[in-house]
Design a binder for this molecule. Structure first.
Ligand SMILES: NC(=O)c1ccc[n+]([C@@H]2O[C@H](COP(=O)([O-])OP(=O)(O)OC[C@H]3O[C@@H](n4cnc5c(N)ncnc54)[C@H](OP(=O)(O)O)[C@@H]3O)[C@@H](O)[C@H]2O)c1
Length: 301
């Protein structure tokens, strides 16, 4: 199939499948699609009963990325797929989703990738996985759109407990810059790509309006929350110890390489992808923090 064709040429869009529907980007995308009142949206999850508690708008559909049969059923009749996976150690998840999309003749696949794939110095296991995912999609013959976000602004939510308890933000390389993007802008781009025309065969580099450091994010959160916050720069060794508590060594190594690249300035460039895909400017960290302020004040024990 020709990836440069137009959406309109493929007939009316009715059924959209969101893989990763209960995740950060998937949830926001589901809410936006539901607000149009136009589409039958299938929200894939391993556990529909658990996902029901999230109150997501759309039809929850049980599917397991490791199970080709569940994916083939879920993708039957789909007009578009948002392809979100999150395990760099399970490349077969993307393989299975693409096989199911090909079997169903899905007319458009919008893939959530990462901006790091464009950095020739990025050779960690996470970036290699995303590069392979992109190559597989381009080689599939299915019409595609690639979304390549920089770091999500929502990572700052990991600071909530230390902020609530101690008024402290701890992070590595406090002055290194990242043109972090609001996941709401990624979801906007996904909705435009899934439902609009002119997105086939296009790649969008999604960043915020400017690069920002962890130290500046702390200062912004302090202003927004109306309380003093201290920024405490931790060593990379200490960060690695913390990552080791929840991640396998291979991912600890990938995060280490990623932090070092950020320290060298590799993630500071601002791109036009949010505006190109959506027509609106990217949201600032201050806007994100203001919207999220309640999440920083009501922290679960
Ligand atoms: N975080 C960042 O800063 C950043 C930056 C650039 C790119 N990215 C990319 O963004 C993607 C992650 O997006 P996200 O943060 O929105 O996702 P997320 O919050 O990590 O959510 C993951 C989703 O995948 C589903 N899932 C996981 N394993 C599954 C399985 N075996 N079978 C079926 N569903 C499964 C989960 O559903 P259930 O649990 O309900 O089954 C959940 O909906 C990754 O590809 C990552 O590389 C992230």
């Amino acid at each position: 199939m020709n990836a440069a064709g137009s959406r309109a040429a493929q007939g009316p869009l009715r059924r959209i499948v969101l893989a990763g529907a209960t995740g950060t980007v998937g949830r926001l995308t589901a809410a936006r699609l539901a607000a149009t009142g136009t589409y039958d949206v299938a929200l894939l999850t391993r556990d529909p009963a658990k996902a029901a508690a999230l109150g997501l708008p759309g039809r929850l559909v049980g599917a397991e990325f490791a199970s080709p049969a569940t994916l083939r059923t879920a993708l039957r009749g789909a007009d578009a797929l948002l392809l979100v996976t999150n395990d760099p150690l399970r490349p077969e998840h993307d393989v299975n989703l693409l096989d199911a999309a090909a079997a169903a003749g899905t007319p458009h696949v919008v893939k959530l990738s990462a901006q790091a794939v464009t950095d020739p110095d990025a050779d960690d296991v996470i970036t290699r996985w995303q590069r392979a995912n992109e190559e597989r999609l381009r080689a599939s013959g299915l019409p595609w759109t690639l979304l390549r976000p920089r770091s999500f602004m929502t990572h700052a939510l990991a600071w909530r407990r230390d902020i609530a308890r101690y008024g402290v933000v701890r992070a590595v390389h406090g002055d290194s810059l990242n043109a972090a993007v609001d996941p709401a802008d990624i979801a906007d781009a996904a909705v435009h790509a899934l439902t609009g025309s002119g997105h086939l065969g296009r790649t969008y580099a999604l960043t915020g309006p400017r690069a920002i450091s962890a130290r500046e994010k702390t200062a912004t959160l302090s202003e927004v929350l109306g309380r003093p916050l201290v920024f405490d720069e931790i060593s990379l060794d200490r960060a690695r110890e913390e990552w080791r508590r929840r991640l396998p060594e291979v991912l600890v190594e990938a995060l280490t390489l990623s932090a070092e690249r950020q320290h060298r300035g590799a993630k500071a460039a601002v791109a036009s992808g949010v505006r190109d895909a959506t027509g609106h400017a990217p949201r600032s960290f201050r806007a994100w923090a203001t919207e999220q302020a309640p999440a920083f004040t009501h922290v679960p024990a």
